[in-house]
Design a protein around this ligand. Sequence first.
Ligand SMILES: Nc1ncnc2c1ncn2[C@@H]1O[C@H](COP(=O)(O)OP(=O)(O)OP(=O)(O)O)[C@@H](O)[C@H]1O
Ligand SMILES: O=P(O)(O)OC[C@H]1O[C@](O)(CO)[C@@H](O)[C@@H]1O
Ligand SMILES: [Mg+2]
Length: 534
Amino acid sequence: MEAVGVAPAPVAAPVKKKLLDLEKPFPAAAAANGAKASPAGKWAMKKKLVGGDAGYVLEDVPHLTDYLPELPTFPNPLQDNPAYSVVKQYFVNPDDTVTQKIVVHKTSARGTHFRRAGPRQRVYFQSDEVNAAIVTCGGLCPGLNTVVRELVCGLYDMYGVTSVVGIEGGYKGFYSKNTIPLTPKSVNDIHKRGGTVLGTSRGGHDTAKIVDCLQDRGINQVYIIGGDGTQKGASVIYEEVRRRGLKCSVVGIPKTIDNDIAVIDKSFGFDTAVEEAQRAINAAHVEAESAENGIGVVKLMGRNSGFIAMYATLASRDVDCCLIPESPFYLEGKGGLLEFIERRLKDNGHMAIVVAEGAGQDLIAKSMNFVDTQDASGNKLLLDVGLWLSQKIKDHFKKKPHFPITLKYIDPTYMIRAVKSNASDNVYCTLLAHSALHGAMAGYTGFTVTPINGRHAYIPFYRITEKQNKVVITDRMWARVLCSTNQPCFLSHEDVENMKHDDDEHHLHNTQLLEGESSPMKNSAKCNGSAAVV
Ligand SMILES: Nc1ncnc2c1ncn2[C@@H]1O[C@H](COP(=O)(O)OP(=O)(O)OP(=O)(O)O)[C@@H](O)[C@H]1O
Ligand SMILES: O=P(O)(O)OC[C@H]1O[C@](O)(CO)[C@@H](O)[C@@H]1O
Ligand SMILES: [Mg+2]
């Protein structure tokens, strides 16, 4: 391959824009419990902000040439690939960016943009120079194997890269396990299975040891698939790689069944999980319908964010009440859940309740004198709201012998995330993997790849680790749920007014939305100081 000297125009930042705040320090991701970080210090993630006309801002991602300015470039081998040679404009224009905000007024500022994902005309790695590694961390999610498969096949088919290894068992696998060689043949069928063929884990993030491993093995592209915790880990790995001056692209691919990662449109596997949840809700509904005063309770995943419960409820239309962590509820007294259940049973003779696992945790903790515990990554371990709620309902109706109920509790928790991804998630995973490897080949690093308003973009790690995505209960999507279930909102008029006021302040300061709507399809909203989606 022909090598050309110093950084050519196509890969560099756009010319016309003024540099706003290049390399403004941003606090390094805080180490979680058990996570050991190296002293990245002044190498901590920097903001790369570029300004343009009419309030245009590009929040750019780091590039290897930021700290290795002399790196040579090479023509992108895709230009000789017969499959892609027919594409009219295959290479992404270096000036292309993706807007964060798509609802605008004629007077709106152009706002924040991110670098568009896709193949660049020139690359910073020769095919036979690349040693790529892939790791999966955190909980399972449908589509993990598809992403792994498409990274391996994409690197091989598009860039002629033949050296790809898997890291076994999450972050700790970097320093405690042997690597697994990955070839298009060995990964050929893995997308037909749930789980991750690489294995995964929580805890065990030791930045220094992980980067030692990258250095010792000569790994120069590392693809890190995982949730918010994983992306924080990826961010500190990037910082350490940069501190050591290594030519190694660190790429994050966001994974979360809970859809709790900020900025991104929607996480892969979410659709599959919502679809799988329908089976449990349907069973609960059928059981309830067939009994006298039948109640079906279904607990779904959602540690801090109730997206799965909310979407599963909306999709089903058989649900009478949906409880999520973002919307507090109470059991006893006027307007409480128990009163509502009684009324619904009197009216309909049966009902189905969907509860997200993180809902009502404060209520349970109060009634159980419970001490907080955490998993290996420092995440709070939750109490079983499904069992607790079922018991509370049974206790309530026991006091009313003239009102016999039949309650069935269904807990499909792990079933909805252990399945293989559905067709649309498979396509989504394929595009994510491709966007990720195009970015790495083009020399970008320290970024997460994701669709924003339907277009794939590269976003800096800090953007997705600084807050969690939550359902915004003052947005229209939650209102749609309340409308479809006809459940009480459990909030007083005063609570609602206060929340709207808080949200207005966040709208002003945190988002540029003109009006919010909570859906994983478009990003924006806010709750408890967090950005949420549409
Ligand atoms: N602040 C952090 N700094 C470094 N590493 C971290 C940090 N937080 C979490 N990690 C590491 O990231 C990995 C995954 O984290 P975690 O168990 O929280 O899952 P996750 O990636 O958030 O996925 P999910 O919550 O969707 O299952 C763990 O190995 C953990 O040690
Ligand atoms: O039992 P594990 O593997 O820790 O995972 C449970 C958690 O992982 C998630 O699926 C993703 O964060 C949560 O919904 C759930 O609380
Ligand atoms: Mg997480």
